[in-house]
Design a protein around this ligand. Structure first.
Ligand SMILES: Nc1nc2c(ncn2[C@@H]2O[C@H](COP(=O)(O)OP(=O)(O)OP(=O)(O)O)[C@@H](O)[C@H]2O)c(=O)[nH]1
Ligand SMILES: [Mg+2]
Length: 339
């Protein structure tokens, strides 16, 4: 399944209601007086973080959201009703941007946090209100003009981008074909596609990893990291930002170098890519996994690789399943703050 994490919507706040122009003339009076009421304000469009909503999937099917318009003013200084607000529920962790310039309006990171994304138009003035404020004016003619009712203001209208940063505990990173999707399939019940060509996986995929006797964590296959990803090359740029919210990274390296990439070099290149994107990513703890250990070429590299990396390396094979339990236990330990 494609993981939906971006959506574009249009929002329209309610227009303000028209002010009313009416006159009353009670019996036994000589002149009618203005008694038209004000229009009601239009409703706002509000985006609220809701912990019961998990994805942005609903926004694939519905893009337009509008709040209610304000009621018109009535005779007898009757004020129009305020328009109903429109509340859009999104997952916690959704960032809201203006589509026009990409500017972030808010990161809704707490449940029930909300933001008004489009303000309703103010209701117009009825002629009663206008007449009251026109009393100060000197000329009768001006007074008459100033005492006309006004229309309501239009509600704001915007195009917005909703962006959900994935909330995974662990991100699996590595060059194309390193075996990231194969690893997630081994670790969890998630079924990302596996293929012998680069960029098989085009969207991040989440899976729940059970560590027997301990607990579970959420891992994410983060596809498309290559050199220059931080400048938008490959699929990397789009998904580097997902790494930001993970707590631990599994840095996966194809030790057999099936694509002709030297494993030591691959390891350093990928780390450089992370630094270039965001300095903070370098302090994220990494568990290093050496993949494809079922192939003899991989064994020949293991010692040299271990020396170059300088920390513990977990040799695994996604083909045979060897080393996978030790890897998930190590990740679990790091998540608990040890290891
Ligand atoms: N021999 C062997 N092949 C493996 C192993 N793990 C993965 N492969 C193969 O390596 C190729 C790439 O595997 P994927 O899991 O699709 O790699 P990926 O990192 O998700 O690749 P992209 O989605 O393209 O970035 C596939 O042909 C896999 O069958 C392994 O442990 N041993
Ligand atoms: Mg893949």
């Amino acid at each position: 399944m494609r993981f939906v994490d971006l959506a574009k919507i249009s929002v329209k706040a309610g227009d303000g209601g028209r002010g009313c122009s009416a006159f009353a003339q009670p019996p036994y009076t000589r002149f009618p007086y203005p008694d038209g009421g004000d229009g009601g304000d239009g409703g706002d469009v509000i985006v609220r973080a809701d912990s019961n909503v998990a994805t942005l999937l609903d926004f694939q099917f519905r893009h337009e959201f509008a709040a209610g318009r304000g009621g018109h003013g009535g005779a007898n200084t009757k004020t129009g009703k305020r328009g109903d607000d429109c509340v859009i529920r999104v997952p916690v962790g959704t960032v809201i941007r203006q589509a026009a310039d990409g500017r972030a309006l808010r990161d809704l990171s707490e449940p029930d946090e909300e933001i008004v994304v489009a303000r309703g138009g103010r209701g117009g003035y009825g002629n009663a209100t206008r007449a009251a404020s026109a009393k100060q004016l000197e000329h009768t003619q001006h007074r008459a003009q100033a005492a006309e009712a006004t229309p309501g203001e239009p509600g704001e209208r915007y195009e917005l981008i909703l962006e959900l940063k994935l909330i995974a505990d662990v991100g699996i990173i590595g060059f194309p074909n390193a075996g990231k999707s194969s690893l997630l399939r081994r670790l969890s019940t998630a079924r990302p596609k596996v293929g012998a060509y680069p960029f098989t996986t085009r969207y991040p995929v989440l899976g729940v990893v059970e560590v027997p006797g301990r607990g579970s964590f959420v891992a994410c296959d983060i596809p498309g990291l290559i050199e220059g990803a931080h400048q938008g090359k490959g699929l990397g740029f789009e998904f580097l930002r997902h790494i930001e919210r993970t707590r631990v990274l599994i840095h996966l390296v194809d030790l057999a170098g099936v694509d002709g990439r030297d494993p030591v070099e691959a390891y350093h290149r990928l780390n450089e890519e992370l630094v270039a994107y965001h300095e903070a990513l370098t302090v994220k703890p990494q568990v290093i996994a050496a993949n494809k250990m079922d192939l003899p070429e991989a064994w020949e590299q293991l010692e040299r690789f271990g020396r170059a990396v300088g920390t513990r390396v977990y040799p695994i094979s996604c083909a045979t399943g060897e080393g996978i339990p030790a890897l998930s236990e190590a990740v679990w330990e790091v998540l608990q703050g040890h290891g």
